[in-house]
Write a protein that binds this ligand. Structure first.
Ligand code: HEM
Length: 223
């Protein structure tokens, strides 16, 4: 039973399914992350209250552990798939060309492993800086974390603004291909929907990448 599960997990179909499912879960997280963090534009009170409500929910720990598991599976499967492909074709193509309008090859699709590895580094730095970063207290009706102050301090530094804009735009590029590719991996892809799915993928890539990139820029110029 265990070895059957292990075989399914590491088969190429299992790998594709897991990549698609974990990719869509991470995509959903990014939509929620943008919606929550956009509250910073509403000022410290609302933003700190939102962050306090989030971290004081007893369900937050199991959700965070689930998110971590999804993230680890996605990265592990991406790396094993990439190394298997490299082994199958140890010498790269001499000349790379876009294959025309029916091809799904794009800048985003051919840089997935590179953008993904940068995002891994980005997430480690980001979580350390925000979640485990400087913990100020704010005294309103109750004493809660002043996450607004931590965020403003970081985004007042131009180098961090550049790092965050680069990271968030890369998220957009990664999602641009990842979104349609996930549906293809899950087999929920039909030529009739291909153009619509691609258009939806581009829309969300711009919304999430552009929306998140706007936050550090906005704080830098207004604080
Ligand atoms: C400028 C854009 C971003 C801003 C302003 C932002 C803001 C934040 C904040 C404030 C937290 C801490 C939440 C808390 O502990 O209360 C956080 C956590 C986190 N962020 Fe971001 N984020 C941004 C971009 C990203 C991107 C692009 C990713 C993923 C590629 C990401 C992934 C995460 C993760 C995984 C956590 C930890 C979640 C948890 O354990 O609860 N963030 N972010």
């Amino acid at each position: 039973m265990r070895s059957r599960f292990r075989r399914a997990f590491s088969s190429s179909v299992g790998t594709k399914l897991l990549m698609g499912l974990t990719g869509l879960a991470l995509f959903a997280y990014m939509v929620l992350h943008l919606a929550g963090n956009a509250l910073i534009l509403a000022g410290p009170d609302l933003f700190n209250q939102y962050s306090h409500t989030l971290i004081s929910n007893p369900l937050i720990l199991p959700i965070e552990l689930g998110l971590l598991a999804v993230f680890v599976i996605h990265i592990y499967k991406a790396i094993t798939m990439w190394t298997a492909n490299r082994r199958a074709r140890p010498v790269g193509y001499l000349k790379k060309e876009m294959a025309g309008h029916t091809s799904r090859k794009s800048l985003a699709s051919s840089t997935m492993i590179a953008s993904g590895l940068f995002l891994l580094l980005f997430v480690i730095v980001h979580v350390k800086q925000f979640k485990f970063g400087t913990w100020y207290q704010t005294v309103g009706q109750a004493e809660i974390r002043d996450l607004y102050r931590t965020e403003v301090e970081i985004f007042q530094q131009p180098l961090w603004v550049v790092f965050y804009v680069a990271g968030t735009l890369l998220v957009g590029l990664h999602l641009r291909h990842g979104f349609t590719s996930a549906f293809q991996s899950l087999g929920i892809d039909h030529p009739v929907y291909t153009r619509k799915l691609t258009a939806i993928g581009i829309f969300f890539a711009i919304l999430i990448g552009g929306g998140l990139a706007a936050i550090p820029v906005w704080i830098f110029f207004t604080s």
